[in-house]
Design a protein. Structure first.
Length: 95
Protein backbone atom coordinates (compact mmCIF):
# COMPACT_ATOMS: atom_id res chain seq x y z
CA UNK A 1 0.00 0.00 0.00
CA UNK A 2 1.48 3.40 -0.95
CA UNK A 3 2.49 5.68 1.86
CA UNK A 4 0.69 9.00 2.06
CA UNK A 5 2.25 12.39 2.53
CA UNK A 6 -0.33 13.92 4.82
CA UNK A 7 0.29 17.52 3.78
CA UNK A 8 2.15 19.51 1.16
CA UNK A 9 3.54 21.96 3.71
CA UNK A 10 6.32 21.50 6.18
CA UNK A 11 4.15 22.84 8.99
CA UNK A 12 1.81 19.85 9.09
CA UNK A 13 2.39 16.29 10.16
CA UNK A 14 4.62 14.22 7.91
CA UNK A 15 6.99 11.34 7.84
CA UNK A 16 10.42 12.99 8.07
CA UNK A 17 12.27 10.10 6.41
CA UNK A 18 9.84 10.15 3.49
CA UNK A 19 10.12 13.93 3.18
CA UNK A 20 13.92 13.70 3.05
CA UNK A 21 13.69 11.06 0.31
CA UNK A 22 11.32 13.26 -1.70
CA UNK A 23 13.69 16.21 -1.32
CA UNK A 24 16.64 14.09 -2.45
CA UNK A 25 14.78 12.96 -5.57
CA UNK A 26 13.71 16.53 -6.32
CA UNK A 27 17.29 17.77 -5.94
CA UNK A 28 18.56 14.95 -8.17
CA UNK A 29 16.05 15.83 -10.90
CA UNK A 30 16.82 19.53 -10.61
CA UNK A 31 20.49 18.64 -11.24
CA UNK A 32 19.37 16.62 -14.27
CA UNK A 33 17.41 19.63 -15.54
CA UNK A 34 20.45 21.88 -15.17
CA UNK A 35 22.39 19.43 -17.36
CA UNK A 36 19.56 19.01 -19.88
CA UNK A 37 19.01 22.75 -20.27
CA UNK A 38 22.76 23.39 -20.29
CA UNK A 39 22.61 26.18 -17.72
CA UNK A 40 25.01 27.07 -14.93
CA UNK A 41 22.68 26.45 -11.98
CA UNK A 42 19.05 25.87 -11.07
CA UNK A 43 18.37 29.61 -10.80
CA UNK A 44 18.98 29.87 -14.54
CA UNK A 45 16.48 27.15 -15.46
CA UNK A 46 13.72 28.43 -17.77
CA UNK A 47 11.16 26.22 -15.98
CA UNK A 48 10.24 25.68 -12.36
CA UNK A 49 10.00 22.16 -11.06
CA UNK A 50 8.06 20.93 -8.05
CA UNK A 51 8.16 17.19 -7.44
CA UNK A 52 4.95 17.29 -5.41
CA UNK A 53 3.22 18.54 -8.55
CA UNK A 54 4.29 15.31 -10.25
CA UNK A 55 3.42 13.12 -7.25
CA UNK A 56 -0.11 14.60 -7.22
CA UNK A 57 -0.74 13.20 -10.70
CA UNK A 58 -2.08 9.68 -11.12
CA UNK A 59 0.79 7.31 -11.88
CA UNK A 60 -0.35 6.74 -15.46
CA UNK A 61 -0.50 10.52 -16.15
CA UNK A 62 2.99 11.34 -14.87
CA UNK A 63 4.98 10.51 -18.05
CA UNK A 64 2.77 12.74 -20.24
CA UNK A 65 2.86 15.53 -17.65
CA UNK A 66 6.66 15.47 -17.51
CA UNK A 67 7.03 15.29 -21.31
CA UNK A 68 4.71 18.28 -21.67
CA UNK A 69 6.60 20.22 -19.02
CA UNK A 70 9.90 19.53 -20.80
CA UNK A 71 8.80 20.15 -24.40
CA UNK A 72 11.13 23.14 -24.73
CA UNK A 73 14.11 21.21 -23.39
CA UNK A 74 17.04 21.50 -25.84
CA UNK A 75 18.31 18.02 -24.91
CA UNK A 76 16.65 14.61 -24.99
CA UNK A 77 14.88 14.26 -21.64
CA UNK A 78 13.35 10.79 -22.08
CA UNK A 79 15.96 8.90 -20.05
CA UNK A 80 15.82 11.44 -17.19
CA UNK A 81 12.03 11.17 -17.16
CA UNK A 82 12.17 7.37 -17.04
CA UNK A 83 14.70 7.47 -14.21
CA UNK A 84 12.59 9.98 -12.26
CA UNK A 85 9.51 7.81 -12.68
CA UNK A 86 11.47 4.79 -11.44
CA UNK A 87 12.62 6.75 -8.39
CA UNK A 88 9.03 7.81 -7.69
CA UNK A 89 7.92 4.18 -7.89
CA UNK A 90 10.61 3.29 -5.34
CA UNK A 91 9.35 6.02 -3.00
CA UNK A 92 5.88 4.46 -3.18
CA UNK A 93 4.00 7.55 -2.02
CA UNK A 94 0.84 9.34 -3.01
CA UNK A 95 -0.84 12.52 -1.91
Amino acid sequence: MPKKLETKTLTGRYDMKQLIKVQQVEQWFTTQLVDLYKVEDEDALPISFDLLEVIEKPTDKRPAFLKEKLTACPSEAESAIKELLAKLDELNIEL
